[in-house]
Design a protein around this ligand. Structure first.
Ligand code: ADP
Ligand code: 5GP
Length: 199
């Protein structure tokens, strides 16, 4: 069986990563969403084990000690991390893994696994990003300011990613990510051996 690949979806808070990923899962099979752990409090409607594993800071530090994370990072006052075990299991079973993580975590994963595909999602403008973040209504004004400030730093890293998708029109952004995943599975260096064995 062909092993799955890992795709990192990174980009500013409020740019639409979660929304894009949700649509992607509705339109593509064979994907696995890696549920992260976080010390952030759940937002209304978020479910433990579905959106995140919501942990106390103490438990999060314990997971770090037990080497349970593929990567972990602090983002605007909270800790976030990718549990290692499920990512590997999903890839072994042939599924493509989607990681919704911030840029420091993306860097850590890329250093350990250079074949990971990094996709940066950018907003059409700063005004639109702020509108989306404020419009979501999940953070107080101070946190919104902190998240926007982080975005201005993070966007400078976009040039080092494999792909840059602008989330202006949602359907087009999802379509572009679909195309990226499909193209990554057509890479000759990975397909060549299995093809020549059959010919
Ligand atoms: P992130 O996961 O990147 O923090 P979200 O997926 O929560 O961002 O999206 C933030 C807000 O922007 C949500 O209210 C969402 O409905 C809205 N949104 C996402 N994509 C678009 C888009 N292409 N056009 C307009 N609004 C969008
Ligand atoms: P939010 O609090 O809005 O859900 O997420 C804040 C930021 O944390 C987003 O940029 C999101 O991609 C990132 N994030 C979510 N899970 C992880 C994770 O497991 N590791 C890292 N490094 N970042 C994460």
């Amino acid at each position: 069986m062909v092993k799955g690949k890992t795709f990192i979806i990174a980009g500013p808070s409020g740019v639409g990563k979660g929304t894009i990923i949700k649509k992607l899962f509705e339109s593509r099979e064979n994907l696995y969403f890696s549920v992260s752990a976080t010390t952030r409090a759940p937002r209304p409607g978020e479910m433990d084990g579905v959106d995140y594993h919501f942990l106390s800071r103490e438990r999060f530090l314990d997971w770090i000690d037990r080497n349970a994370f593929l990567e972990h990072a602090e983002f605007v006052g909270n800790l976030y991390g990718t549990p290692k075990k499920y990512v590997d299991e999903a890839m072994e079973s042939g599924k493509d893994v989607i990681l919704d993580i911030e840029v420091q975590g993306a860097e850590q994963v890329h250093r350990q696994r250079p074949d990971v595909v990094r996709i940066f999602i950018a907003p059409p403008s700063w005004e639109e990003l702020e509108r989306r973040l404020v419009g979501r209504g999940t953070e107080d004004p101070e946190k919104v300011r902190e998240r926007l400030a982080r975005s201005r730093e993070d966007i400078l890293l976009a040039r080092y990613y494999d792909y840059l998708v602008i989330n202006n029109d949602l359907d087009q952004a999802v379509e572009e990510i679909q195309a990226i995943i499909t193209a990554e599975h057509c890479r000759a260096r990975e397909r060549y051996d299995s093809v020549t064995r059959r010919l």
